[in-house]
Design a protein around this ligand. Structure first.
Ligand code: UD1
Length: 388
C-alpha cells in the first residue's frame, strides 16, 4: 500500500438519498478517513429526503459531515424522482471524475446513481448487496436487483445474500461477504442513545406512561403496501390499538403514514392515551427507544436487523423479508398483515416467549473497516493495471 492516495486516482463518490442510507454511510466515511492511506471521498446527497426530521436530525446524530454536493431532487413519483436524480448526477461525474461511485441499500437514489455511473464506465460499489424479498411489488426489490446486476463490486451482509447473487449469475469474484455496516453504526452509537422518556417528553407526551413495570413497545410502519390502502391501514391500526391495552406503544410516524391516517380519517384508531404518537425520530432517539422496548412492531428493513443486534423481539408486519438471517438466527418473526398472527405473536412475546436469538456472523462493528481495506486494494490494483 502506498502512504498516500495517488493524485491521479479520483475520489470515491459516496451517495446517500434517504433516511435508511445515512446509518450505513456514516461508518464507511469514518473508516475511509482512518484508512492508511486515507481514501478520498465526496459525500453526495440526492435530496430524496429533506425534512429536518427525516434528514438533518440524522446527520447530526450520526456525526455525518455536511454533504459536499446536494442534488436537491425532493419528492415525486418513482419515475420523476429517479429521472431527476439521474439528470442531476451526470454532470457531477463529468466534473469530479471519481475513481468509483459507492451506493448503499435499495432506495430510488441507489439505483438512479448506479445507472448513470455504469453507463459512463465508472465502477459502482454496492454495500448491502444481494438481499432479496422475491417480491417484485416492492420498489426496493427492483432497485436491489437492478443495482446488483450492473455493480462492479458487491458487499454482502449475510451469506444468503451471497448465494442469491450466485443464483443470479453474478461472478463470485465481484462479491464479498463483509458483514453489516448498520451494526457498526449501532455499536458506535449505543452509548449515546437517548433515554426513551426524553423522546416522549420532547413530543409533549407524559413519559410516566412508558416508565411503568409493564414497559413499552415501539411501532414503525411506512411501507406503501401497509399504509396506502384504507382497509389495510385500518386493520393494522386496529390490532395495534388492541395490543396497546396490554402494553403502551410508542409510534414513530413516517410522513406518509401520518398523511394517510388523516386522509382516510383513521385518527380515532390511534386516539388513545396508550398509543404515543411521535414524529420521525432521530437515530439516537430511535436507538434508545428500541433498546429499552419489550417488543418492536415494524415494517422497516433496518429495524429487523437492529432489533436482532439488540436482542429485542421484533414482529415484522410484512409477508416476506429480504433479511432472512434475522428470522433464522435473530429475534425477528414475520407476521404479515394477518391480524390474528400479529395478536398471537404479540401475546406470546409479552408472556416472555419472544425470540431471544443471537448476533449473526460478522455483525461485529468492524464491517466498514473491512470494506475500506478491500476497496482500496481493489481500486489501487485497477489503477496500476490501467498503466498508471
Ligand atoms: C423511502 C425508500 C424506502 C425507505 C424509506 C425510509 C424508496 C423507493 N423508498 O421511502 O425504502 O424505507 O424511504 O423512510 O426509495 N416526505 C416528506 N419529507 C421527506 C421525505 C419524504 O414529507 O423528507 C414525504 C413526501 O410526501 C413523499 C413521501 O414522504 O412523497 C414519500 O417519500 P419517498 O422518499 O418517495 O419514499 P419513502 O416512502 O420515504
Amino acid at each position: 500500500m502506498p502512504d498516500l492516495w495517488p493524485t491521479n486516482l479520483g475520489p470515491v463518490i459516496c451517495v446517500v438519498g434517504a433516511r435508511p442510507n445515512f446509518m450505513k454511510m456514516a461508518p464507511i466515511l469514518q473508516a475511509f478517513a482512518a484508512h492508511q492511506p486515507a481514501i478520498p471521498t465526496l459525500l453526495l446527497h440526492t435530496g430524496q429526503h429533506y425534512d429536518r426530521d427525516m434528514n438533518d436530525k440524522l446527520f447530526e446524530d450520526l456525526r455525518l459531515p455536511h454533504p459536499d454536493i446536494n442534488l436537491e431532487v425532493g419528492s415525486g413519483s418513482h419515475a420523476v424522482q429517479t429521472a431527476e436524480v439521474m439528470r442531476r448526477f451526470e454532470p457531477v461525474l463529468d466534473e469530479k471524475k471519481p475513481s468509483c461511485v459507492l451506493v448503499v441499500g435499495d432506495v430510488n437514489s441507489t439505483l438512479a446513481c448506479t445507472l448513470v455511473a455504469v453507463k459512463k464506465g465508472i465502477p459502482v460499489v454496492h454495500v448491502e448487496a444481494g438481499l432479496r424479498s422475491y417480491d417484485r411489488t416492492m420498489p426496493e426489490e427492483i432497485n436491489r436487483v437492478l443495482t446488483d446486476q450492473v455493480a462492479d463490486l458487491l458487499y454482502t451482509t449475510e451469506r444468503s445474500a451471497t448465494a442469491n447473487l450466485a443464483r443470479e449469475g453474478i461472478a463470485p469474484e465481484r462479491v464479498r461477504f463483509v458483514g453489516n455496516v448498520m451494526i457498526d453504526s449501532l455499536l458506535n452509537n449505543r452509548e449515546f442513545a437517548r433515554p426513551p422518556a426524553d423522546s416522549v417528553r420532547a413530543a409533549n407526551c407524559d413519559p410516566s406512561l412508558i416508565a411503568g413495570q409493564e414497559g413499552y413497545g415501539v411501532v414503525t410502519m411506512h411501507r406503501p403496501s401497509n399504509v396506502d390502502h384504507a382497509d389495510v391501514l385500518a386493520s393494522l391500526l386496529g390490532v395495534l390499538r388492541e395490543i396497546s391495552e396490554a402494553i403502551p406503544l410508542v409510534f414513530a410516524l413516517h410522513p406518509r403514514t401520518k398523511s394517510n391516517i388523516d386522509r382516510f380519517e383513521l385518527s380515532h384508531l390511534i386516539n388513545t392515551p396508550r398509543m404515543v404518537m411521535l414524529p420521525p425520530q432521530g437515530y439516537l432517539e430511535m436507538l434508545g427507544l428500541m433498546a429499552g422496548a419489550r417488543i418492536v412492531l415494524t415494517d422497516s428493513g433496518g429495524l429487523q436487523e437492529e432489533t436482532t443486534a439488540l436482542g429485542v423481539p421484533c414482529l415484522t408486519m410484512r409477508e416476506n423479508t429480504e433479511r432472512p438471517i434475522t428470522v433464522e438466527q435473530g429475534t425477528n418473526t414475520m407476521v404479515g398483515r394477518d391480524v390474528a398472527a400479529i395478536r398471537h405473536h404479540a401475546n406470546e412475546t409479552l408472556a416472555g416467549r419472544g425470540k431471544s436469538g443471537r448476533v449473526p456472523e460478522l455483525w461485529d462493528g468492524h464491517t466498514a473497516e473491512r470494506i475500506a481495506a478491500d476497496l482500496s486494494f481493489w481500486l489501487l490494483a485497477r489503477h496500476l493495471d490501467s498503466g498508471h
